[in-house]
Design a protein around this ligand. Structure first.
Ligand SMILES: Nc1ncnc2c1ncn2[C@@H]1O[C@H](COP(=O)(O)OP(=O)(O)O)[C@@H](O)[C@H]1O
Ligand SMILES: [Mg+2]
Length: 264
């Protein structure tokens, strides 16, 4: 069975994003992706997990329409991607916030670009500032926030434009472990509540197992999808209980065994 077919087997939701036979060769000859095919189910969080250099960021940028593939194509809801589109929002690793603007204006910025009037965009932004746990911080500036809080502003901005597909590139890599765990818990709630398709890049196995409905294990040289894993862990128990659950620990260990030979 092909990787794509496997990803959509048993009672699968419809596909939001199709990556079909995508190859990316950078100028200078580095082949970042080699004939990659992978499908992302609607309303789910899929993690791209793999060692650094295996093409995760490249794949995300191609899905975002920020980079053109050398060969192959990407479709969102059946329509070819030819550039950025408002049904997709990229949550950047480095936050990409405007330092001179408040949390509120930063969160509303995507709507400002779309020409939504001020009172409407502020009302929408406030809702998502609340969703990401930043209520009360609307008037602060990025330099007054921790890395984790800045990341939340980036997520609020992406949610506010009501994009259907959220692309997140290692959103938790720049924050401390405590913030990271709290944010992972919040992400689970957002995925539950918002019915959006998340494509989430991480190099943390624990994080991928914790937050994902589906994990695409990527391997380097040549970059490829080695396996799609659906970590069927219990979610009806507390976050701490999940992290101690034998099923959770077993999946983490199994993925580690598959990846360890590729880690330098
Ligand atoms: N702009 C670029 N020009 C040339 N090579 C690049 C560029 N961006 C990434 N690469 C190379 O492509 C490969 C995949 O990179 P990347 O997509 O950033 O991987 P990951 O996000 O998994 O770490 C790496 O070998 C990297 O050095
Ligand atoms: Mg990367």
């Amino acid at each position: 069975m092909s990787v794509a077919a496997e990803a959509v087997s048993n009672n699968a939701p419809p596909i939001a994003v199709e990556v079909d036979h995508v190859t990316k060769i950078y100028p200078g000859g580095v082949e970042a992706l080699n004939d990659m095919t992978i499908h992302f189910p609607k309303g789910e969080l899929t993690s791209l997990l793999g060692p650094s250099g295996c093409g995760k960021t490249t794949l995300l940028k191609i899905i975002a329409g920020l980079l053109e593939p050398t060969a192959g194509k990407v479709k969102v809801n059946g329509v070819d991607v030819t550039g950025p589109g408002k049904e997709r929002a990229f949550v950047f690793q480095d936050f990409a916030l405007m330092p001179w603007a408040s949390v509120l204006r930063n969160a509303a910025f995507g709507l400002e670009l779309q020409g939504v009037n001020k009172s409407e965009r502020h009302a929408i932004a406030e809702k998502y500032i609340d969703v990401v746990g930043l209520k009360g911080y609307e008037n602060l500036y990025p330099h007054e926030l921790s890395g984790g809080m800045r990341q939340r502003v980036g997520l609020a901005r992406a949610l506010a434009v009501n994009a259907e597909v959220l692309l997140m590139d290692e959103p938790f890599s720049a924050v401390d472990e405590q913030t990271r765990r709290k944010f992972q818990e919040d992400i689970l709630e957002v995925v539950d509540d918002e019915q959006k398709t998340f494509i989430f890049v991480t190099h943390s196995i624990e994080e991928a197992v914790y937050v994902s409905q589906s994990i695409a294990l990527l391997l380097p040289r040549p970059s490829r999808v080695s396996e799609i894993i659906r970590p069927d862990i219990r979610r009806d128990i507390s976050p701490d209980a999940i992290r101690r659950d034998p099923v959770y620990l077993d999946i983490v260990e199994r993925i580690w065994q598959g990846l360890r030979t590729y880690v330098e």
